[in-house]
Design a protein around this ligand. Structure first.
Ligand code: ADP
Length: 400
């Protein structure tokens, strides 16, 4: 299904807002490898880490038969100067590249932003391709190349249930691509697709909020912390407002009423104790209610206030609350699109859902949300090579 592109292309690059993803196809046989291809394949397979943030995802490599292999690598886009220096050092002495340069098929916003730097720093020409076209093209190619293990749903116990989406019965489906931001794409057939929705509350929001609040700097650390957290220490629930045994409007007590709403509802601001009149004023003329209110401890499970009036919650709880907020927002946008277009499958792509570091927390929440909010009409489907479809699509588009 997948072959190296026309003109001997073997590289596909997706330069995103946060991460750059690189696909290298080794055609397998010595005759099919150009000198540049051999140099790059030898280099990437000899290492697993590159510079400060580069990594080859060895467990995601895909054998295509006859010795051909797809290799997948990623690095932080902010480290592009280092990546270009590395590319130059590997390629400047390479036969067939020296002087003539090399063309790399590329997608993502960076395919335009970095075109000048690639030419200047590494004598590489970027051939830009449409981002969503590459996402859809790469995804469909991998669903077909790896029908047994590319796509799966989660069972009620969290177990993976394979979904073969290699045939035409897979269509239509929704793809929610959760990267720095989120795009929602309706795919009706390999040639018929369009962006139908999106939200700017995505993986970048999760990282940014958690960094600002907790000071954590690593995505993996944030997700490991989230796996141990309790979001109700930070989120205000329906039960917090109506009482723990009460639901309302079909919402259970553990439904979130306000993301990150606990601090305001717990309402112990500086001076509250010293000035009970404040809470009396807030409660209108009902003095009794105000007295009861000031005597009742705030409904906080584990967050609490510091003396300066700042609400304090454990890092784990903040991470979990941010994760839940982003996944719920994505699920809601995806469910609305699925319902609106009468689609039963919602496929989640993008590096936010990287399985290795996530411990499956976002996947479990998305599975639950898609099922619950679609009334059992839609199913959440996850993808093994989450963030890499655009890069593969760029490589495949090289023959266009
Ligand atoms: P983009 O193309 O916009 O960069 P991606 O699909 O690559 O989008 O996803 C980027 C998101 O993936 C980040 O915002 C973050 O939530 C998450 N992510 C996954 N791995 C990492 C990592 N190692 N470092 C930072 N963010 C990561």
């Amino acid at each position: 299904v997948i072959q190296a592109g026309a003109r001997g292309a073997f590289l596909g690059l997706d330069i995103g807002g946060t991460l750059s993803k690189l696909i290298v196809i080794d055609p397998g046989t010595a005759d099919a490898r150009s000198p540049a291809c051999k140099r790059v394949v030898d280099f990437v397979t000899a290492h697993q880490r590159f510079g400060l943030t580069g990594k080859r995802d060895e467990h995601l490599a895909l054998e295509l038969g006859d010795g051909a292999v797809i290799h997948l690598l990623r690095f932080h886009t902010r480290r592009m100067p280092g990546a270009l220096a590395l590319a130059r050092s590997q390629l400047e002495t390479c036969e067939g590249v020296k002087g003539a340069g090399l063309t790399v098929d590329c997608t993502g916003g960076g395919s335009r932003k970095f075109a000048g730097a690639f030419a200047r720093e590494a004598s590489l020409t970027l051939r830009a391709h449409d981002e969503l076209e590459c996402l859809v093209g790469g995804l469909i190619a991998l669903l077909r190349a790896s029908p047994d293990d590319e796509a799966f749903a989660l069972g009620s116990g969290g177990e993976r249930m394979g979904r073969d989406l290699s045939g035409s019965s897979a269509f239509p489906f929704i793809v929610a691509n959760v990267g720095s931001g989120v795009s929602i794409v309706l795919v009706e057939s390999p040639d018929r697709w369009r962006r139908v929705s999106g939200t700017p509350i995505g993986g970048g929001t999760f990282f940014g909020l958690v960094n600002l609040i907790t000071g954590l700097t690593s995505f993996s650390e944030m997700l490991s912390a989230a796996a141990k957290g309790d979001h109700t220490a930070v989120n205000l629930t329906v039960g917090d407002i109506y009482g723990d045994s009460e639901g309302v409007y079909g919402l259970r007590p553990d439904h979130i009423a306000a993301n990150f709403g606990k601090p305001l509802a717990a309402r112990r601001m500086p001076g509250d104790r010293a000035e009970p009149a404040t809470s009396r004023r807030e409660c209108g003329s009902d003095g009794a209610a105000a007295e009861a209110d000031s005597a009742t401890p705030p409904r906080v499970r584990s967050g609490s206030f510091h003396s300066d009036g700042r609400f304090h919650a454990r890092t784990e709880d903040v991470c979990r609350a941010a994760l839940v907020m982003v996944t719920d927002q994505v699920a809601q946008a995806a469910v609305m699109s699925a319902k609106h277009h009468g689609v039963r499958r919602v496929l989640f792509a993008g590096s936010f859902l990287r399985h290795g570091s996530s411990g499956g927390v976002p996947q479990e929440r998305l599975s639950w949300a898609i099922d619950a909010w679609s009334g059992g009409e839609a199913e959440a489907i996850f993808l093994k090579r989450e963030g890499y479809y655009g890069a593969l699509g760029a490589l495949l588009a090289s023959g266009d």
